[in-house]
Ligand binder design. Structure first.
Ligand SMILES: *Cc1c(COP(=O)(O)O)cnc(C)c1O
Length: 370
């Protein structure tokens, strides 16, 4: 049995450091948004090359408060992709605005800049490209269009900690970015967590206020906010794990290279998009996702043969019941709708061995009769 992810094995080399960090917080009896959270914010901002980072209790909260920090409010439209985790569009609604979808590119599975301009209206205020599966969206073109129309850009970086574009890390490529620390993400906590990165002090100030009851200083509430604070235990754990992030991403990239070598001759499969030297794109393989017309049968075969797998995502967001009132339907976004039937995630985690990758490769090839 080869699982899709193996957090236990990934943690093995840093187990003692994790235990020590947890013990320190237990001893301190300070559990909510204090010194560990402040230190994580400093370290993560520095990692992404931004001046500010604002930690909170989920990536979904980070998306919402980044939007509110950027001034998004009721009556605004925010453009994003229909092919992502549901929370990307959900945060637009909880920030008070209306999601407007633009299809993804068939090669990169990220926002297609060619289709972006047609979706912009007088109400459009922001764009959320998603660095899906760890592959950076086409930020140069998206930023250029945003600038021309005076729109804010928020990177959904929840799957791309450490990926880079034009030689710079995601998180600092636009007005703001939101990251998730959900346990299976490239940088995952032992529970929920998220963070905003930005170089905009006003966005940071608003997000900090909204994160904890609009309160500053203590007992003065400037606005009605939320309780989106991060726990000290999560911050302490994430600080330990942040020191391994680059090594883990290198291991993911090495694993991907081996998959590519093993599967390159299987003509029924399209491999994930490659790094792009033209745009300095360096991806971090949050997932290793293959594309095939035989997806459902391949999935069943791999499951029967003990190979972990999953579909990210079986239903594009515009076809979710929660968004039926927006008026989209089947055929609205043909690329996303085809991808939902053809993509399959196969095992990918840093501590995966070459033997395991070869075994997965053999099973995939075996299915196609190779
Ligand atoms: C995980 C994820 C989120 C939400 O993050 P949570 O921490 O689970 O709230 C948002 N967008 C994308 C693309 C994600 O993968």
């Amino acid at each position: 049995m080869i699982p899709l992810v193996n957090i236990k094995r990934d943690h093995e080399p840093i187990k003692e450091k994790l235990n020590a960090a947890i013990q320190d917080v237990l001893e301190s009896t300070v559990f909510i948004q204090a010194v560990q959270v402040a230190a994580l914010e400093k370290e993560f901002a520095s990692y992404c090359g931004t001046t500010q980072a604002i930690a909170m209790n989920s990536g979904t909260a980070a998306l919402q408060l980044a939007l509110q920090g950027l001034g998004i409010k009721e009556g605004d439209e925010v453009i994003t992709v229909p092919f992502s985790f549901f929370a990307t569009a959900e945060a637009i609604v909880t920030a008070g605005a209306k999601p407007v979808f633009v299809d993804v590119h068939p090669k990169t599975y990220t926002l297609d800049p060619e289709k972006l301009e047609k979706a912009i209206t007088a109400h459009t205020k922001a764009i959320i490209p998603v660095h899906l599966y760890g592959y950076p969206a086409d930020m140069e073109q998206i930023n250029e269009i945003a600038k021309r129309h005076h729109l804010a850009v928020l990177e959904d970086s929840c799957q791309a900690h450490g990926a880079s574009y034009l030689g710079e890390k995601v998180g600092g490529l636009s007005d703001a970015a939101a990251f998730s620390f959900y346990p299976t993400k490239n940088l995952g906590g032992c529970g929920e967590g998220g963070i905003i990165t930005t170089n905009n002090d006003e966005v940071a100030r608003k997000a900090r206020l909204l994160r904890a009851h609009g309160e500053h200083p203590k007992n003065t509430h400037h606005c009605v906010g939320y309780n989106f604070r991060m726990e000290e235990l999560q911050a302490a754990i994430l600080r330990v794990k942040l020191r391994s992030l680059d090594r883990w991403n290198d291991e993911r990239r090495k694993n991907a290279l081996l998959y590519r070598a093993l599967l390159k001759d299987v003509k029924e499969i399209q491999l994930p998009p490659d790094d792009d030297p033209l745009t300095g794109t360096k991806q971090v393989y949050h997932l290793f996702v293959i594309r095939t017309k035989e997806r459902d049968r391949l999935q069943q075969y791999l499951t029967e043969h003990g190979i972990g797998n999953a579909v990210h995502y079986p239903t594009p967001i515009h076809l979710q019941p929660a968004f039926s009132h927006l008026g989209y339907g089947r055929g609205s976004f043909p690329v996303a709708e085809e991808l939902m039937q053809q993509l399959l995630s196969i095992p990918m985690f840093p501590s995966m061995t070459a033997e395991e990758i070869k075994e997965v490769g053999r099973k995939v090839k075996g299915f196609f009769g190779g």
